[in-house]
Design a binder for this molecule. Structure first.
Ligand code: GCV
Length: 682
């Protein structure tokens, strides 16, 4: 395999545009994003026989900028045989160009309906957990399943950054506008990106800039000590404040459009403000004030918990940690701080409830963090398309049906309950009026790319990167329509059989994965450390047994207020009561919230034990059907891609059976309940 796969931008997708007369009515001199638009159009017409129309020539497509304040917006309209894209600025024109690319021939149909397009989220970000050095345990890309870093090799920024240029083009085409360049676990070498590494950061920024993307650095809270030689990194120390202010000035001197910092503090060994008796608002505001003169933003992660203590005691339920730490700080963060909250209270499990923190901070800008890299969802060896999961999370109505959703909070849309100081965020009704100003932020995800020829290890994992970017643009978009869009772009010459096979494998793949892995929201049955494959009891032994408290009588974590950890009380109504009550708690989250007997009958009508027998047998069987389906399209997609997917699907079949066998056997041995469908359990 030599050539790098083009992901969703193979040359062919430019054919409808490239065979026509196209005019770019914008002076590209001095604006790198406009230059990108002009270069894309020029390359397309050269390749497919169209023309670059001059100012007085008739054109099939006109791309023009009509400056306006406000968010990037474009319209696409068809009249008198010409399609016109009007954009409010350079970035909007680039988005408009790719809107036309996605429309294909439809962009030139006389009945094209006029389109007004603007992103819902202001910030659409991908974080990279890339280490500059190869970490002895985590490798080069922490939780990376697609080879080495595209940014770094041999302990420094690569000399050849051609992959980064391709990546920036891909991301710009789907509206990503921010990229974090290094791991949130900041080691010594990455910490130096902020000092000696700045010329290299500037090289990377120069590759993202033409695609409308700003770069961010993850920084260590202890950098004033480890890099700066100060005796402290106390956020209230004037020398520490001056040190950060100087670092910000240095970065902006070489990267004038630098985005800002990403920070993981007081979590999993990373230093933070707790060491000085300060809180996370003190910590975040320290960096925010250093960045403020230059227009920079701090993404402060809410993934804060004590990894040495949790689950060993019912009073230290890890799910509670982010809310307990952060909700008291609402209103204390500067307005160039964005609190970055993982979608669930645990850690990117295939099934979790949404994090109650998202509903609890009405006076804070808040970005929701998703995980495109498949740490807990098959590590890009399993075909698991996460679009439906993300869509479900984003559409979740935090204050009940009809009220504001997770996506609304991230986008800063509408008033959030409690935005008016003095209103109790836990009880105010969702659709009611509030007094808070919109707090626009957006979505962040951990990227899944590496230097692999297919970018993502499993070629079909490209669909996750694409879907995340498109949902970050419009969280209400139908994920299946986005998947279909990805199929059309990525496989432009695919016949119906190939399209059907891709849909058959991917459409329900999240559910399939959930079916053969940890059941009913219980989470964390992966092998500790690397998080691949089943180890039902492997995670975190507590004095009572495993963290999921399985024994011969039952399974699940009691997180009720009545008898458990009280976590249900972190939700606003109605969810605090819906989750509290066994009668109303949804099946797919049952074991997250309740400890129940194996014989407990689900809303679906079967017992917990029988549910495990059924879903695991069926889920594993579906992976076999997928492998067979893919075998039938051999010769209809490129051989190298077909081969890679075949190899991954085979591993998925093996692994799914391993999961299924272990889970069914575990439940059978503990519960003694026979499988009502009479299947053999080993
Ligand atoms: C970058 C999980 C992962 C860690 C990751 C952490 C985080 O715990 O296993 O590898 O660290 O999340 O999001 O910071």
């Amino acid at each position: 395999m030599s050539a790098v796969h083009p992901m969703w931008l193979p040359d062919d997708v430019f054919r409808p545009l490239g065979r026509r007369a196209v005019r770019v009515d914008a002076d590209a001199s001095g604006d790198p994003v406009l230059a990108t638009v002009r270069d894309e159009v020029a390359a397309a017409v050269t390749r497919f026989g169209g023309t670059l129309a001059g100012p007085d020539d008739r054109a099939d497509l006109v791309l023009t900028v009509e400056p306006a304040d406000g968010p990037d917006t474009h319209t696409v309209a068809r009249s008198a045989g010409t399609t016109t894209v009007r954009a409010t600025g350079a970035r909007a024109l680039l988005h408009g160009l790719h809107d036309v690319v996605r429309l294909g021939e439809r962009a030139f149909a006389d009945d094209l309906a006029e389109r007004h397009v603007a992103p819902v989220n202001e910030l659409r970000m991908l974080d990279h957990w890339d280490n500059v050095d190869v970490h002895p345990v985590m490798g080069q890309v922490e939780r990376g399943y697609a080879g080495g870093s595209i940014f770094y090799a041999d302990g420094r920024v690569r000399d050849d950054l051609s992959r980064v240029a391709q990546y920036a083009r891909l991301l710009g085409s789907v509206g990503i506008n921010a990229v974090g360049l290094n791991n949130v676990n900041v080691h010594r070498t990455e910490a130096r990106l902020l000092t000696d590494g700045l010329p290299d950061v500037a090289r990377l920024a120069a590759l993202f800039r033409p695609h409308g993307i700003r770069v961010f650095l993850s920084v260590s809270f202890a950098a004033p000590i480890t890099v700066g030689g100060l005796p402290t990194s106390d956020p209230l120390d004037p020398d520490v404040q001056a040190w950060w202010a100087q670092r910000a000035a240095d970065v902006y001197a070489v990267v004038p459009d630098f985005g800002g910092f990403v920070v993981k503090a007081d979590s999993e060994g990373q230093p933070g403000p707790f060491a000085y008796g300060r809180d996370h608002a003190d910590g975040a505001n320290l960096l925010a004030r250093a960045l403020r003169p230059f227009g920079g933003t701090v993404f402060w992660r809410a993934f804060v918990y004590d990894h040495r203590q949790d689950w060993r005691d019912r009073s230290t339920d890890r799910a509670r940690a982010a809310f307990d730490h952060f909700s008291p700080l609402d209103g204390r963060f500067d307005d160039n701080v964005v609190l970055q909250v993982k979608y669930g209270p645990m850690d990117f499990q295939a099934r979790e409830p949404v994090s109650p923190v998202i509903a609890a901070m009405p006076r804070t800008r808040l970005a929701v963090e998703l995980q495109v890299t498949q740490e807990y969802t098959g590590q890009q060896r399993h075909a698991v398309w996460l679009g439906p999961q993300w869509s479900q999370i984003l559409r979740f109505p935090l204050w009940g049906e009809g009220g504001r959703t997770v996506a609304d909070v991230a986008a800063g849309l509408g008033d959030r309950p409690g935005a008016d100081p003095g209103t109790d965020p836990g009880t105010a009704p969702g659709a009611g009026p509030g007094a808070g100003a919109p707090r626009r932020a957006g979505l962040v995800a951990v990227s899944n790319v590496g230097d692999d020829a297919f970018w993502t290890g499993h070629p079909l994992a490209q669909a996750n990167l694409y879907t995340f970017a498109r949902l970050a643009w419009d969280p209400e978009a139908d994920p299946l329509a986005l998947l279909d869009e990805w199929v059309t772009l990525t496989f432009p010459s695919a016949d119906d059989e190939v399209r059907a096979a891709l849909h058959a494998i991917l459409d329900d793949s999240w559910r399939t994965y959930e079916d053969y892995t940890a059941p009913l929201g219980v989470g964390f049955m992966v092998r500790p450390g690397h998080h691949y494959g089943p180890d039902v009891d492997g995670y975190e032994y507590t004095p009572w047994g495993t963290y999921h408290f399985a024994d011969r009588d039952g399974i699940g974590v009691d997180r009720t207020r009545a008898t458990g950890t009280g976590f249900t009380g972190q939700y606003p109504a109605p969810w605090r009561d819906v989750y509290e009550d066994l009668a109303t708690c949804p099946d797919d989250l049952l074991l997250f919230f309740h400890h129940v007997p194996w014989s407990h009958v689900l809303h679906s009508g079967v017992s917990v034990a029988q549910h495990v027998y059924d879903t695991h047998a069926d889920g594993a069987a579906r992976t076999e059907a997928n492998a067979a389906r893919w075998a039938r399209v051999a010769g209809r997609v490129p051989d190298d891609l077909h081969g890679r997917v075949t190899e991954r699907l085979a591993e998925q079949v093996r692994s799914a059976h391993e999961w299924s066998d272990q889970l069914r056997s575990y439940v059978h041995r503990h519960s003694g309940i026979p499988d009502a469908r009479g299947r053999t359990i080993h």
